[in-house]
Design a protein around this ligand. Sequence first.
Ligand code: SDX
Length: 394
Amino acid sequence: QTGLITLDPGYKNTGSTTSSITFLDGEQGVLRYRGYRIEDLAEKSSFLEVAYLLIYGELPTQLQYEKFTREITTHTLVHEDIKKILDGFPSNAHPMGVLSSLVCSLTAFYPESLDPTRDEADVNLSIVRLLAKMPTFAAWAYKNEVGHPVNYPDNSLDYCSNFLKMMFALPAEKYEVDPVIAKALDQLLILHADHEQNCSTSTVRIVGSSQASIYASISAGINALWGPLHGGANQAVIEMLEAIKADGGDTKKFLNKAKDKDDPFRLMGFGHRVYKNFDPRATIIKKAADDVLGKLGIKDPVLEIAKELEYAALNDQYFVDRKLYPNVDFYSGIIYRAMGIPTEMFTVLFALGRLPGWIAQWKEMRQNGEPIGRPRQIYTGENERDYVSMNRRG
Ligand code: SDX
């Protein structure tokens, strides 16, 4: 400490705000959105109902829900010129980079006032546009990668079915959405919808604290989520499990690699800054993985390796001492794989789920009139020194 500044790298012991949106108890493995248990919402609610709850604070009445979903449905189409931005990306562009760019392009195609006192109806229109257009952008990012023509939204379908059809439909053949997959996706989006002040949410809040557009703030959140230590972990988990399978399935060997301080390898999908017990989302997703693969008649050897790895880690002193348990990313990729979602799209699905949480947190930060985020530092550089002209250096 010097003066009034306490150094806290990674903000491990710093509260950045007050919030009434999501409650976590890391010791008890508790997660609640606006007071409702995640287990109840995952079982009984729907993603758009949870989005309404997070953003507006209460579960919607039938009338409110119908109005909300109708507004979203009527904004799923995007300005045709946005396709020119999409076409500019090479097919090897990572879908997360495409997604954050297309979301940021909303600032150009749907310019909004940055006046912090602008009326709520105007803010709500931006919110509806984001919820409505993200699935379209996400599906288009995938089509760009596989070189298929993009699909336009089908407003006769529900949120998840519309996304799946935009992802997988091809002009050459009829596409029917599998209700098992649509239901499983809806539940996964609920489980990812918010998680208090995680890295990407803190990014959305700090960008929004400068009174930048909500589109620019969400685009920044997408980029923070992309990192393999955060949302990018779901892609890294499958790549790790595939590597273990290709290497002969010796989970113990990889467990030891993760414990070796000289080896940068970490067990992806394990550990959490807050949960020092189980991650309640991982518990629900692990069960859903068995259900969905069973219903789809899929036996995925990578699921067996994941269970073996979990069992080995939960009985290994290194992981027990550091309270490292499977997190939300450990099993989610196995369900995405079973749905036919390619690995590099997993974090895009995380972003689709997290969108209502980011929006709710941005809205709360704005409504609370929070100051611009500007942390201090402890300077460790050179003391004052005089300028030396070029011909006298070196
Ligand atoms: C998400 O914050 C959120 O809420 C995020 C999230 C959300 O919904 O928004 O829940 C989503 O991001 C989940 C986390 C996904 N990331 C991963 O699965 C990547 C692997 N996990 C880690 O890199 C790590 O556990 C973090 C990033 C999740 C948490 O890191 P911390 O809290 O900064 O902990 P740390 O890096 O200081 O680790 C503490 C100790 C260290 O060992 P020692 O120095 O004490 O000897 O535990 C070790 C670490 O080396 N450790 C691991 C490990 N995670 C931590 N060792 C092996 N494998 C791991 N996965």
